[in-house]
Ligand binder design. Structure first.
Ligand code: SF4
Ligand code: SF4
Length: 198
C-alpha cells in the first residue's frame, strides 16, 4: 500500500505514509479502510466536551491536511482506547493520534503539551521515581482540593505519623537508576526534547 502512496501526490500523502510506516503503527491497521462513519467520535469522551473528533483527525491524515502536527486538538485525546475497540474497519484512531503526537513533538511543535512529562522525567533522573511537577500539583489541586494538597505538602510528616518510612529511594538505588537512564539514552532524549521547539 505504501508503494501505491509513493506514486500518488507525495506532498499530500507525506503524513499518511509517515503514520503507516511508524514503528508504533501495526502493519494491519485499517486506516486506509476508514469510511468516515464517525463511530469513533460518537463514543469518544474528549469529543463530547470539545471540538476534537477522531473521525476528523483520520480524515485530515487521509487527506494530507498540512498543519495536522501543529493542531492543538490532537492533544485532547487522553488514550482511553474506546475508538480502537469501536472502529468497524480495524482502524485504531488512538494509535494514529499517538503517532501524530510523537511526530509533533519531534518536529518541535506543541512543546507546552509535554512539560509535565518532561518534569516527570526529571524526577526519575533526580529521585529514581516519578513525581508531580509544581504545575501538575497546582492543576490537580483544582480537582482534588485542599485536603489533598495539605497531605501532599506534608507528605513526609503524614507518613511519619502513620509509622511509614520516607517514600524516597536510598541514594545508592537513585544513583543506579540514574546510570541506567544515562546509558539507555533517556537523559539525552529528554534534553533533546527540551531543546527542540518551534
Ligand atoms: S476510524 Fe473507524 S470508526 Fe472512525 S470514522 Fe473511520 S471507520 Fe469509522
Ligand atoms: S482514545 Fe482518544 S480519540 Fe479514542 S476515544 Fe479515547 S479520547 Fe477519543
Amino acid at each position: 500500500m505504501v508503494d501505491f502512496l509513493e506514486k500518488t501526490n507525495s506532498k499530500k500523502t507525506k503524513i499518511l505514509k509517515e503514520v503507516l510506516e511508524a514503528d508504533r503503527t501495526p502493519k494491519d491497521i485499517g486506516l486506509l479502510k476508514c469510511i468516515q462513519c464517525g463511530l469513533c467520535s460518537s463514543g469518544c469522551p474528549a469529543a463530547r466536551y470539545s471540538d476534537f473528533s477522531p473521525r476528523k483527525i483520520m480524515n485530515a491524515v487521509l487527506q494530507g491536511y498540512p498543519n495536522i502536527l501543529q493542531d492543538q486538538l490532537i492533544w485532547n485525546c487522553f488514550s482511553c482506547y474506546t475508538c480502537h475497540m469501536r472502529c468497524p474497519r480495524g482502524n485504531s484512531p488512538i494509535t494514529v493520534i499517538q503517532v501524530l503526537k510523537q511526530k509533533s513533538i519531534e518536529e518541535g511543535y506543541n512543546k507546552d503539551q509535554i512539560q509535565d512529562f518532561l518534569a516527570y522525567g526529571d524526577s526519575f533522573i533526580e529521585l529514581g521515581a516519578g513525581s508531580y511537577s509544581k504545575e501538575m500539583v497546582e492543576s490537580l489541586y483544582e480537582d482534588w482540593g485542599e485536603e489533598w494538597l495539605e497531605i501532599r505538602l506534608n507528605n513526609e510528616n503524614v507518613r511519619k505519623q502513620l509509622g511509614l518510612e520516607s517514600p524516597l529511594l536510598p541514594i545508592k538505588a537513585r544513583t543506579e537508576i540514574r546510570i541506567i537512564l544515562e546509558q539507555t539514552g533517556f537523559v539525552e532524549r529528554l534534553k533533546k526534547l527540551r531543546n527542540n521547539s518551534k
